[in-house]
Design a protein around this ligand. Structure first.
Ligand SMILES: C[S@@+](CC[C@H](N)C(=O)[O-])C[C@H]1O[C@@H](n2cnc3c(N)ncnc32)[C@H](O)[C@@H]1O
Length: 216
C-alpha cells in the first residue's frame, strides 16, 4: 500500500504531537499515512526566523509573507509542487464530508497553516491551488483547521477504524448525507430513561428497520 503523503506547513509543528499520538492518526502512521510537519521558520530567507510583516496600506496584525511560504515549499519539494496544496483560510470553500472523502483519495496533499492576520493573498493565488475553511468562524491560527483535516482524512484511510465502523456514518454517501441513528448502551434503564425495546429484542431485522427509520 502506498501511503498518503500528507505535509503540513506551520509555525508550530509541536502543536501536532497530541494528534499523532492518538487514534485514528496513530493507527495509520507508517502504513496508509505518511505525515510530515514543516516549520516556516526552518527555511525562511529572512533574518532571525522572521516569517511575517506589516500589511501594506496599514492596519492591525501581521501577515505571513509570500517569500517565506515559497521558500518552505521550495525547501520541501525543490520546485513548485504539482499535487494539491491547500491554504487553510476562513475565505476558503467550506469543509464537508464529501470534500474529506475527495482529499482522502489524493496520493500527496499539502496543508498550509497561517496565523496572525493570515496569508499574503499571493500565497492563496499563486502558491496554493485550493483553499478550505473548516467553518464560518475565525480561529487564531490554521493549526486546529489542519488537525481537523488530518483527523477527518486519516479516519477514511485503510486501517484507521475497526471494519465496518466507518461506513454508516453521519454525512456518508451510505446515509445519503444524513445523520446517523441514535446509539444506546447499558444500563437499559437509567432514571426511567429507557432504551427503545426494539434494540433489546435481539431481532436483527427489527433493529435494522428501526435504525433505518431513525436516520435523521
Ligand atoms: C486569525 S486568522 C485570520 C483571520 C483573517 N484576518 C480574516 O479576518 O479572515 C489566522 C489564520 O487562522 C487560520 N484560520 C482561522 N479560522 C479558520 C477557518 N475557519 N478555517 C480555516 N482556517 C482558519 C487561517 O490559516 C488564517 O489565516
Amino acid at each position: 500500500m502506498t501511503p498518503l503523503q500528507l505535509d503540513v506547513f506551520t509555525l508550530t509543528p509541536h502543536a501536532f504531537s497530541s494528534l499523532t499520538e492518538q487514534r485514528p492518526v496513530a493507527s495509520v502512521l507508517g502504513t496508509s499515512l505518511d505525515l510530515r510537519l514543516f516549520s516556516y521558520r526552518d527555511t525562511t530567507p529572512l533574518r532571525a526566523g522572521q516569517v511575517d510583516d506589516e500589511p501594506y496600506g496599514g492596519g492591525a496584525g501581521m501577515i505571513l509573507r509570500v517569500d517565506v511560504v515559497s521558500a518552505a515549499l521550495e525547501g520541501a519539494y525543490g520546485g513548485p509542487p504539482s499535487h494539491r496544496v491547500v491554504a487553510l483560510t476562513p475565505q476558503g470553500r467550506q469543509l464537508t464530508q464529501e470534500l474529506v472523502e475527495e482529499l482522502a483519495q489524493e496520493s500527496h496533499l499539502t496543508l498550509l497553516s497561517a496565523r496572525f492576520e493570515g496569508f499574503d493573498e499571493r500565497v492563496v493565488e499563486h502558491l496554493a491551488n485550493d483553499s478550505i475553511s473548516i467553518g464560518p468562524y475565525v480561529l487564531s491560527n490554521g493549526d486546529l483547521p489542519a488537525m481537523v483535516l488530518v483527523d477527518a482524512i486519516a479516519r477514511r484511510l485503510p486501517g484507521a477504524l475497526a471494519e465496518g465502523s466507518g461506513e454508516l456514518e453521519s454525512f456518508s454517501a451510505e446515509l445519503q448525507g444524513r445523520l446517523e441513528y441514535p446509539h444506546y448502551t447499558r444500563p437499559a434503564d437509567f432514571r426511567g430513561w429507557r432504551v427503545p425495546d426494539v434494540l433489546l429484542s435481539g431481532d436483527h431485522a427489527l433493529v435494522d428497520r428501526w435504525r433505518k427509520e431513525h436516520v435523521r
